[in-house]
Write a protein that binds this ligand. Structure first.
Ligand SMILES: Cc1ncc(COP(=O)(O)O)c(C=O)c1O
Length: 357
């Protein structure tokens, strides 16, 4: 059976080698006579998976010793309220829908203030952050590193005047090396570059974990709970952690994140060049802020977009529809999307242009 090139923004493509390994081990994991899904989360076999996943992630991202790695549930969205519950008042940079949602969750707690953003130009750029504009009473600054819907990216973490920087890296984690030490807390939903949906990875400076919180904050929403129990306070999403560990291993085998970045840049360049050199397609994102993971674009003649999408599906190029709130086309080209997938998309685009100009 031919596998489709899946350009979905998430859940997204997983590396075929990983899926083959999962299939191979599905009924009998490491001669246990059980699937990973049937293993106790307290078993040695699962604890090995969990610690291997953490070690590999630490190696891939060169995570400093004074940071912890937590495997949580609730997706990235649960971090929107959990971050302010634990860290206090946040100053938010609104660069798109996810940043806005994070801000709204903080505002509900009276712990969010938006001080910068790019709504004035439909989120088509990354704003310059002036640390003097950060509200004086903010305990942290929050950004969404890569804007999945609009296709923009912070290529350099902003200056925060010494406040911890919290970053939602759901759609760019593991796409390139990151200087983790520049962040106080990084979170990422798994379903793009890590593994199956539901799992959320948090990397945080241990000194930011609050010792004590008001009784109104449930134990399940305290970082301390997960840290003290090694992410085993309750049953973690065991199968998702297992697949994440295989994805981390695949990344190591591919040469790590610097090698990944090179391939990702080349894939993105191919697609941006194809858009630029055509009068038929358009991408309005400021070139220096263009994401290498999510590439949104439009057809100048927007009435042709439904036909473009239908014909792309027929050609095995799936899920190219832009987010419902934005429209247009979006190609999400995460780590697992091979160069051949982007090449196939680019030749489809050229052919479609020729036939519909
Ligand atoms: C940048 C970003 N943050 C947060 C989310 C929400 O993630 P989840 O559905 O895991 O809560 C997404 C989902 O696409 C995202 O792209």
């Amino acid at each position: 059976m031919a596998r489709a090139y899946n350009f979905c923004a998430g859940p997204a493509m997983l590396p075929e080698e990983v899926l083959q390994k999962v299939r191979h081990e599905l009924l009998d994991y490491a001669s246990s006579g059980m699937s990973v899904m049937e293993l106790s989360h307290r078993s040695d076999a699962f604890k090995d998976i969990l610690s291997e996943a953490e070690e590999r992630l630490r190696r891939l991202l060169s995570i400093p010793e004074d940071y912890c790695v937590l495997f949580l549930q609730g997706g990235a969205s649960l971090q929107f309220p959990m971050v302010p519950m634990n860290l206090g008042k946040g100053a938010y940079v609104i660069t798109g829908r996810w940043a806005q949602k994070a801000y709204e969750a903080a505002k509900l707690q009276g712990r969010g203030e938006a001080f910068a953003g790019s709504a004035d130009r439909d989120f088509e750029y990354i704003p310059k952050i002036d640390p003097s504009e950060i509200p004086g009473d903010a305990d942290f600054v929050h950004i969404c590193d890569n804007n999945t819907l609009y296709g923009t990216k912070f290529f350099k973490p902003p200056e925060t005047g010494g406040r911890p920087l919290v970053s939602d890296m759901s759609s760019c984690i593991l796409s390139a090396p990151v200087d983790v030490g520049k962040y106080g807390l990084i979170y990422a939903g798994a379903q793009k570059n890590i593994g199956p949906a539901g799992l959320c990875v948090v990397i945080m400076k241990k000194s930011l974990i609050p010792e004590d919180l008001p009784g109104s904050v449930p134990l399940m929403l305290r970082y301390k709970t997960y840290y003290e129990h090694g992410s085993l306070y309750n049953t973690p999403p065991t199968f998702s952690v297992y697949v994440a560990n295989l994805v981390f291993r695949w990344l190591e085998e591919k040469g790590g994140l610097a090698a990944m970045e090179e391939v990702n840049k080349a894939k993105a360049q191919l697609l941006y060049d194809a858009i630029e050199e055509s009068a038929f397609y358009v991408n309005k994102i400021s070139p220096r802020d263009r994401s290498i993971m999510n590439v949104p674009f439009r057809l100048r003649n927007r009435t042709l977009e439904p036909l473009f999408l239908a014909e792309a599906e027929k050609a095995g190029l799936n899920n190219l529809k832009g987010h419902w709130s934005v429209g247009g086309i979006r190609a999400s080209i995460y780590n697992a999307m091979p160069m051949e997938g982007v090449e196939a998309l680019v030749s489809f685009m050229r052919e479609f242009e020729k036939n519909n100009i």
